[in-house]
Design a protein around this ligand. Sequence first.
Ligand SMILES: [Zn+2]
Length: 404
Amino acid sequence: MTMILIRGAKQLLTLRGTRSPRRGREMQDLGIVSDGALLIVDGILQEVGPTRRVENLAIARGAREIDATGCVVMPGLVDAHTHLLYPPFHAGATGWGEAQSPGMENVTAKRLEHRGRQFVEAMARHGTTTLEAVTAGLDEAGETKLLRAIAALNGESIDVGASLTARVGELSGRSDWFCGEWMPKVKRRRLARAVDLLWDGDPGTSAVAERVAAEAARLRLRLRVHHEGPGPEPLRLGIRAGAATCDHLEHATDEDIAAVAGSGAVAVLAPAHAFHAHRGQYAPARALVDAGCAVALATDFNPLLSPTLSMTAAIWLACSRTRLAAAEAICAATFNAAGALGCAARIGSLECGKAADVVVLEVADYREIARSLGHNLVSMTIKRGAVIYEQGQVARRSGLRPVA
Ligand SMILES: [Zn+2]
C-alpha cells in the first residue's frame, strides 16, 4: 500500500459538489478548506479535510508526508482542447492548411512521439494532469500516425486522450470512407473517444456534417463542435445532435449563448488562441457564465495559432481579458474541463474515491494564479498518487563576486 499525506495547505481547493459540469454561479464555489490535507492511498483520495483531522487518523500513520504549508493545493489542471501533435510546419506558414505541408510522410512515428513527449512533460511541469489532443484531419495514414503516437503517450506521465477531427469541407466524395470505414475503425481500435466536427456551415456540405454527427452518435463517440467561424449553423447542428462540447465560440452571438446555455454542451474556450491568432476577439466568457452555461478552459496548444501549453496562462487570460473571476476560471480549468471530456466522475475535484490528480502551487491564495503570466507557480504535480514533477532548486554560488 502506498500512502501520501499532503498537509498544511493554506487553501485546499476541493471543488466538491455535483457530478455534472458547474453552471453559472456554481462555478464560483471552489469548496475551499483552510489548512487542508489530503490522504492518498494507492493513487486514490482516501481522506480530504482539515489537516488536524486527517493527519491524526490512524490510517495516516506511516504515510509519506508532503508539507504544503503556505501553498494552494488543487485538482490537477485538465486541458480539454489541444493540438498536441501536428504535421511539421514549413517556414513562413501562416495558416493551418499551409502548415500541413510538406505533410506527415516526412516525419517518423518515433520523431512524432518524441516531440509529443516533450510537450506533454512541459504541460505536466505546468500542472496539467489530463489533456485531450485533437487530430489534424489528414488522410488515413497521417491520422493513424498521429493517433498511435497519442496512444503511446497516454499514461506515460499524464492521461492523453484523442478527438478525431472531421474536416467536413474536405470530405466531399470521401464521406463514405470517413463515416462508413474510418470512424468505425477508430472506435474499434479505441484510438479516440470523440469526434471533432470542423465545419464552416457551408450548405453544400451540410449533409456530410449531419452524417458525421449521426455516425458519432451511433458509435457512441462524443461529439465536439469546433465553432470558430461567424455562422451559427455548426453550433446549431451540434446542439441538435447532442454535442458534448462547443469549442472556441469567438464569434458567439447572444442567440448562440442562449442556445449553448439551454443545451447539455460544455463551452470550451481557448483565450490564448484569441490572444494570438484572432487579434483579441475573445469568446464572450462572462456572458456565457452569466447565461448559465458550463464553461471550460483549454490552451488550444499549437505552435502556430496558440503557442502556450500552460493552463495557468489560460486562466490569466480568461480573467484579465474576458472578465471571469479567478474562482470561475479555476473551475473551468479543472472540474468543468473534466466534464467536457466526460471524466468528471474520476477527476477534476478533490473528493474521496477520486483519482489523486493534484497540483501544489507556490501561492498562498488562489487569486494569485489569475495575476501571474509566464511564471510557473507549480511546485509539484501528482498524477494518480505518483509525484511526476517536483520543482528544482536554483544553486546559490558562494564566494563568487557578481560580474559588474
Ligand atoms: Zn483548436
